[in-house]
Design a protein around this ligand. Sequence first.
Ligand code: NAP
Length: 305
Amino acid sequence: MYDVIIIGSGPAGLSAAVYAKRALLDVLVIEKEAYSGGQIIKTDQVDNYLGLNGIGGYEMAVRFKEHAKALEVKFQTGMVKAVRDNGKKEAELSDGTVLTANAVIIATGAKHRKLGAEGEDEFTGSGVSYCATCDAVFYKGKDVVVAGGGDVALGDALHLAKGCRKVYLVHRRDTFRAANFLQEKIKNTDNIEFLPFYEIKKIAGNGMVEEVTMVQNQTGEEKKLPVSGVFVAVGMEPDTAFAKNTVALDEKGYIVAAEDCRTSVEGIFVAGDVRTKQNRQIVTAVADGANAALAAEEYIDGMEQ
Ligand code: NAP
């Protein structure tokens, strides 16, 4: 039995762990893999975290975890398949282990959205990638396509353009969500070609990706691109199936909570990208972690009175 179980070890979860530990709570962090750290571990470079401009995402994840470890936060590897409120809070792992605590903080982040193109699953790992930072090295001198119009897609296209011969940036509209400075850089990079109003429908090849088929969504015209890699960067979606019978979710599956990080169930808190919120940034995840831990401390103090 712990004071607080934190599910997830990205910036939100680790920030919550540091704050909870400093409140002298007995804290367990459950992480999917020993090498976790959330989305930042797959981010090439982080330029907007105050005081750490230009830090590599992996280095940042390592430093966050070292901070929690230095405070002797406990870690356990496991996949949570259910969170329950039976007076005490329970987190059930996929191997059947049930862990209990006075409070739970859910900080599970979000996972990559798929394109939904034919062949996407078949070629994942054989030319289809969701992480340019991890896989760009395999595409040196080759032609690749990046799908999406957000910060990640444009950042990925720029990263890939450093080593690839040609990068096609395919987006379903002609305007981007991505930050203006990224859009400027894209315009000024010779080996990036922007293809607006296209949607990738099919990915094909012989063992490895060789070609994508796209459709122009205004004219219906079909176009084939010979490419070796397909980098999918069409956003994230929350992974909250394990909590859906316990806490309130919004229509997209995010856990409903305001800035105080209190969910619809007393004693269960939510922090980071998995919470309903406007801005999903590292700094807002870290802030959530602090808010959730302080709210959990207040809740536990209230139980003892
Ligand atoms: P995002 O901002 O949600 O952008 C997703 C993009 O994919 C959008 O352009 C969207 O098109 C497109 N899209 C969605 N579903 C699609 C589909 N089925 N087929 C084709 N295109 C599809 O996602 P993101 O770029 O992954 O970024 C996630 C969050 O992390 C954002 O809040 C972003 O600002 C943040 N982020 C921050 C940093 C940083 O702090 N430096 C770095 C990276 C990301 P539409 O535009 O037409 O909807």
